[in-house]
Design a protein around this ligand. Structure first.
Ligand code: TYD
Length: 334
């Protein structure tokens, strides 16, 4: 199997490439990545010399770059390339529309033109919007509420429209909040862990009683791989960890694991505009084709904290330059 992975220098994409190269001997991966702020060459530095791996620098919105990456022929495309951070989408929505909708369109056209047999769109449970009670199923209406989730929903709509109109061989995965090594330190868990390791405070939005369902990056990667191999074309699959936690529960674990105190290190700040209170997905469909998460949440979270503790050389350079500018814009006024 020859794969084109887009956005493979990002968090979930790089975890996916590592799982594929480790667990599918003989498969090869071309990684097309635009190297935006979240695309980090260090995430794939250990496989640069692997003969089954090739990196191509390029943007999914650029049809010529996509054609170039497909030149050797591929059996499937898995699209991880996206702008992903809700807070950034509130500050600057345009990049989200471009990559998450237009980029998806460019890839779908390439799938048609090159007659690629399979395309997997990596999406998110956030497209269902705020879920007050119960769990979202794949056929539920999409009610995205942030510029980020609306852009991802726009991508999903394009993918399903290509299935309906052209029978383009597509599938969609909708993953829940993901944690693990190599996550850019703007998201809740890596931001809080690295702040705490640095003896800094962590900014909890509002009352911190929002609920997210946490999924380990390797479980997420294996879920996407499972759908690629066993999913039915034209279908959507929810991939969730089954670990619903409030942000305060997560914060308490992180603060205690880093040896800090809630009194001195937690700061409740102004809530995110339009903040979704709860996400929850029903993953029966993915389980019915044989996928299940393997990583125990408490163990996975402890291992993740240890990873950031032992890999300061990975995250320290990221918390400088562009990041500090963003951090100030995002948090200074709160
Ligand atoms: P995040 O990691 O940004 O993921 P998402 O918004 O896609 O779920 O945030 C997870 C939760 O943590 C969300 O409810 C917002 C909250 N949060 C904070 O309270 N403070 C922060 O500084 C960040 C980044 C997130």
């Amino acid at each position: 199997m020859r794969l084109l992975v887009t956005g493979g220098l990002g968090f979930i994409g790089s975890n996916f490439i590592h799982v594929v190269l480790r667990e599918r001997p003989g498969w090869s991966v071309v990684n097309l990545d635009a190297m935006t702020y979240a695309g980090n060459p260090a995430n794939c530095a250990d496989i640069e010399a692997d003969p089954h791996y090739r990196f191509v620098h390029g943007d999914i919105c650029d049809a010529a770059a996509v054609d170039g990456a497909l030149a050797g022929g591929v059996d499937a495309i898995v699209n991880f390339a996206a702008e992903t951070h809700v807070d950034r989408s509130i500050l600057d929505p345009e990049a989200f529309l471009r990559t998450d909708i237009l980029g998806t369109h460019v890839l779908l056209e390439a799938v048609r033109r090159h007659r690629i047999p399979r395309y997997v769109q990596v999406s998110t449970d956030e497209v269902y919007g705020d879920v007050e009670s119960g769990e979202s199923k794949e056929d539920d209406a999409l009610r995205p509420r942030s510029p980020y989730s609306a852009s991802k929903a726009g991508g999903d709509m394009q993918v399903l429209a290509y299935w309906n109109t052209f029978r383009t061989p597509v599938m969609i995965t909708r993953g829940s909040n993901t944690y693990g090594p190599y996550q850019y330190p703007e998201k809740l868990i890596p931001l809080f862990v690295t702040n705490l390791l640095d003896d800094e405070q962590v900014p909890v939005y509002g009352d911190g009683m929002q609920i997210r369902d946490w999924l380990h990056a390797e479980d997420h990667a294996r879920g996407i791989l499972h759908v690629l191999e066993h999913g039915e074309l034209g279908n959507v699959y929810n991939i969730g960890g089954g670990n619903p936690r409030t942000n305060m529960e997560i914060t308490t674990t992180l603060v205690e694991s880093c040896g800090r105190s809630m009194d001195t290190h937690v700061r409740h700040v102004a809530d995110r505009e339009g903040h979704d209170r709860r996400y929850a997905i029903d993953c029966t469909k993915a389980r019915d084709i044989g996928w299940a998460p393997r990583v125990d949440f408490e163990q996975g979270l402890r291992a993740t904290i240890d990873w950031y503790r032992s890999n300061e050389a990975w995250w320290r350079p990221l918390k400088s330059g562009e990041f500090l500018h963003y951090y100030k814009r995002q948090y200074a006024h709160r």
